[in-house]
Design a protein around this ligand. Structure first.
Ligand code: 5GP
Length: 192
């Protein structure tokens, strides 16, 4: 029987670091990979779809799942809950499908604790100043949420050395190529 080479590729980065674009590119280059859809209590943005970008839950629904132990990990930040559903991760692993995660730094470290085979990739912004400008230009947050995200970015950056790989997103195209090389290398490792 073929060896199950499914892996967990876990991406973290401060908001506005280009993480979502890079994750989308990974999924485009690897149609056999699946995006691990998290649950959240934050409001759906205009361009997001239920069950595609997130499972959007009420706070009660989320906390019920917490009490049932349905999450591999969960965090509360910016007044909202975010969590990785255990059954989705395990279903994909059982099917032999590699998953791509987009979670915060603490979530990434917790995923690795449960699934030591996970590959943690940190996408670093060129500078905090540039990050602020990207977030302002993105214009998806209120001023209050924006300030919270910037404060959080500084905390997240302090975790980057605990990741398996750190990719600087100074130039988006170069960052995408670097990520592709990391994944190719990880796939090769599994096939040795
Ligand atoms: P956003 O609201 O911009 O979609 O996400 C805010 C933060 O929550 C990002 O850092 C994102 O990676 C993180 N996040 C999304 N899903 C999860 C999750 O399931 N667990 C954790 N710990 N963080 C998550």
């Amino acid at each position: 029987m073929a060896k199950n080479c499914a892996k967990l590729y876990v991406f973290s980065a401060p908001s506005g670091s280009g993480k979502t674009t890079i994750v989308r590119d990974v999924l485009k280059s690897h149609p056999d990979f699946v995006f691990s859809i998290s649950a959240t209590t934050r409001k759906k943005r205009a361009d997001e779809k239920e069950g595609v970008d997130y499972f959007f839950l009420s706070e009660n629904e989320f906390l019920e799942k917490v009490s049932k132990g349905d999450f591999v990990e969960w965090e509360k930040f910016y007044d909202y809950y975010y969590g990785t559903l255990k059954n989705l991760v395990d279903d994909n692993l059982d099917k032999g499908l590699s998953s791509v995660f987009e979670v915060d730094v603490k979530g990434a470290l917790n995923i690795k604790k449960h699934y030591p085979n996970s590959v943690l990739i940190f996408i670093a912004p060129p500078s905090i100043q540039e990050l602020k400008e990207r977030l302002i230009n993105r214009n998806t947050e209120t001023d209050d949420d924006l300030n919270k995200r910037i404060e959080r970015a500084e905390m997240e950056l302090s975790f980057k050395d605990r990741f398996d790989y750190v990719v600087s997103n100074i130039n988006l195209e170069e960052a995408k190529i670097e990520v592709k090389k990391i994944i190719e290398m990880e796939i090769l490792k599994e096939n040795i």
